[in-house]
Design a protein around this ligand. Structure first.
Ligand code: FAD
Length: 477
C-alpha cells in the first residue's frame, strides 16, 4: 500500500458500482481522490443545457453521498477539464489518473491533452470503458473501416463483444485526505425560474434511482417491451435514458439485469436498443463533426426554411397538430419524450415545416434530461435522412395516422394537451376535421382555445418531396 494518491476523474459515469476507473484505483490500494470537473467552455455550443444541469446537480449530490458512505467524498472543481485535472494531480502529487472513455469530441481532446502533458511518466493516465460496452476503435468492417450502417454493426458487436459481469460497488475506498472542493450549490446548476416543477416528481437522479427504474422495468415491462415500447400513453419503455446518459447505471448492469426477465421478443428488442446506443457512440467517435454537419454531403446546402414563428410554435407545443403538441409539451414538462413521439415531432419539424434538423437537435439538447450528443445527433440525422443508416427523407410520418395508431384512445394527447381532453376520441388526432357539434360540446374553438394547424399536412408533405427532389436530385418513392 502506497501513500501516494491516485485520482479518479468522474465524467458521465456517476456511479460507484461497476465503475472500472474507480475499481482500478481501489485495486491499486493507494489513497483515492474522486473528482468531477465542470467545464463549460470546451463543449462550446454543446455545453450542458438547462435540463442537463438540473440532472447533474442531483446526480453529483447522490454520487458524493455514496462516496462519503464508502469513507471518501467528491472533489468538485470548475474550469478547463484537462488543465484542472492536471493541476489537481500536481497539487496532491498523484501517481495515476483513472478515468472513463467518452465519445464526445471535446472529451477526446481533453484526454489527448492530459496524455501529452503526462508523457514524462511521473503520473500515469489510464482510460477505462465506463460508458460503453464496445471499444469504438476495435470493431470495424471487413475493410477495417468504422461502421455507418446499424445491422452489420450489431452483427459485429454480437461476434466481438461478450457480456461482462458487472462488478459490485467497493465497500470502502482507501482513505485519502481530500483537497478543497467547490460547493455544489455555488455552481448554480438549478434553474432560477421554476420550469422544473414537474421534474422532481418524475425523476430520481443518482445510482439508487437508476437501480429502482431498472428493477421496475425488468419486473413489469421488459417481457412485453417489443409491443409496449410503441404505446405512447403507457410506461412501456424503460425510462432509463437519463440514467444511462449520466452513467448512474452501466450498460452491462442493464444487460445483466435482463437475465431476470422472461426471455423472448421483449428482451431481444430491448437489447437491440442498447446496441443502438453503442452504434450512435461509434458513429460520433469516428465522425466528431456529426452534431454540426450532415453526414451525407448532398444535404450540406439543403434549402431549409427560416421559419422563426413555426419553430417557436413547435417548441411550445402550439402547432395545432395534437400528437406533435403533446410530445413537445411532455418534453417541456418532464425533460423527456417518448421515442415514437420524438420521431413524429422531429419528422413534422424537418419535413412538414422544412426547418433544419439542427434547430430541433439544439432544442432537444437544451430541454432533454437525457440529451446525449451521440444519440441526439444520430437520431436527428436519421429522421432527416442525412446521417448514418438514415430513414429516407421521402418517408414522411403522417402525424394523424401515427397518433391514431400509437395513441388510439387519445390518452397521451389528453394528458399533455388538456384543452382537447373532452373531445370525442374519433377527432382527438385531427380536431380541425371534427364537426362543429363535437367541438362545441368539448368546449373547443379551433384558432382560439386550440391553434389551427400550422400547415395543411398534405401540402406540407408535397412541398417537402418537391424540395427534396430539386435539392438532392433524388426521386421520391
Ligand atoms: P428504451 O426504449 O427503454 O430504450 C433503452 C435505452 O436504449 C435507452 O434508454 C437509450 O439509452 C437506448 N436507446 C433507445 N432508443 C435509442 C435510439 N433510437 N438511439 C440510441 N439509443 C437508443 N436518446 C437519448 O438517450 N438521448 C437523446 O438525446 C436522444 N435524442 C433523440 C432525438 C430524436 C429525434 C429521436 C428520434 C430519438 C432520440 N433518442 C435519444 C433516442 C430515444 O428516443 C431515447 O433513447 C428513448 O426514447 C429513451 O427512453 P427509454 O429510456 O424509455 O428508452
Amino acid at each position: 500500500m502506497s501513500n501516494v494518491p491516485v485520482i479518479v476523474w468522474f465524467r458521465r459515469d456517476l456511479r460507484i458500482a461497476d465503475q472500472a476507473a474507480l475499481a482500478a484505483a481501489v485495486e491499486s490500494t493507494s489513497p483515492v481522490i474522486p473528482v468531477f470537473v465542470l467545464d463549460d467552455d470546451e463543449a462550446g455550443a454543446w455545453k450542458a443545457g438547462g435540463a442537463h444541469r438540473w440532472w447533474l446537480h442531483h446526480s453529483l449530490g447522490s454520487l458524493a453521498s455514496g462516496l462519503r458512505r464508502a469513507g471518501s467524498g467528491l472533489v468538485l472543481r470548475r474550469g478547463n477539464s484537462a488543465a484542472t485535472v492536471l493541476a489537481l494531480a500536481r497539487e496532491v502529487g498523484a501517481s495515476a489518473i483513472h478515468t472513463g472513455i467518452m465519445p464526445e469530441p471535446w472529451e477526446k481532446t481533453a484526454d489527448d491533452a492530459v496524455a501529452t502533458a503526462l508523457k514524462d511518466g511521473t503520473c500515469t493516465f489510464h482510460r477505462h470503458p465506463t460508458a460503453l460496452m464496445h471499444d469504438p476503435d476495435a470493431i470495424t468492417t471487413q475493410a477495417g473501416k468504422p461502421f455507418s450502417v446499424f445491422t452489420p454493426f450489431a452483427n459485429a458487436f454480437g461476434r466481438a463483444v461478450h457480456p461482462s459481469p458487472p462488478a459490485p460497488a467497493p465497500k470502502h475506498l482507501p482513505k485519502a485526505s481530500l483537497p478543497k472542493s467547490d460547493a455544489l450549490a455555488d455552481w448554480k446548476l438549478l434553474p432560477t425560474i421554476g420550469w422544473d416543477s414537474e421534474f422532481s416528481g418524475r425523476w430520481n437522479p443518482g445510482e439508487a434511482g437508476a437501480a429502482d427504474v431498472l428493477a421496475r422495468f425488468v419486473a413489469e415491462a421488459a417481457e412485453h417491451y417489443d409491443i409496449g415500447r410503441n404505446e405512447v400513453a403507457k410506461e412501456g419503455s424503460s425510462s432509463l435514458s437519463p440514467h444511462l446518459h449520466w452513467g448512474e447505471v452501466s450498460p452491462w448492469q442493464v444487460w445483466a439485469a435482463l437475465e431476470k426477465a422472461k426471455p423472448g421478443a421483449g428482451v431481444t428488442a430491448f437489447r437491440r436498443e442498447l446496441i443502438w446506443r453503442e452504434f450512435t457512440s461509434h458513429v460520433l467517435w469516428h465522425h466528431p463533426t456529426l452534431p454540426d454537419e450532415p453526414l451525407r454531403p448532398e444535404f450540406q446546402s439543403f434549402p431549409w426554411r427560416q421559419d422563426a414563428a413555426g419553430l417557436r410554435a413547435w417548441q411550445k407545443g402550439m402547432t395545432g397538430v395534437p400528437i406533435v403538441d403533446a410530445g413537445m409539451r411532455q418534453l417541456w414538462s418532464i425533460g423527456w419524450m417518448h421515442n415514437r413521439v420524438r420521431m413524429i415531432t422531429a419528422s413534422f419539424l424537418i419535413k412538414h415545416l422544412l426547418v433544419s434538423w439542427a434547430e430541433g437537435e439544439a432544442w432537444f439538447w437544451d430541454t432533454l434530461v437525457d440529451g446525449d450528443l451521440a444519440n441526439n445527433s444520430v437520431n436527428w440525422q436519421w429522421v432527416a435522412g442525412c446521417g448514418a443508416d438514415p430513414s429516407p427523407f421521402f418517408r414522411i410520418f403522417n402525424p394523424v395516422l401515427q397518433g391514431k395508431k400509437f395513441d388510439p384512445a387519445g390518452d397521451y394527447v389528453r394528458r399533455w394537451v388538456p384543452e382537447l381532453a373532452s373531445l370525442d376520441t374519433r377527432y382527438i388526432h385531427d380536431p380541425w376535421a371534427a364537426p362543429r357539434s363535437a367541438l362545441e360540446s368539448a368546449g373547443i374553438t379551433i384558432g382560439q382555445t386550440y391553434p389551427a394547424p400550422l400547415i395543411d399536412l398534405d401540402e406540407g408533405r408535397a412541398r417537402a418531396l418537391a424540395v427534396l427532389r430539386k435539392a438532392t436530385g433524388r426521386a421520391a418513392a
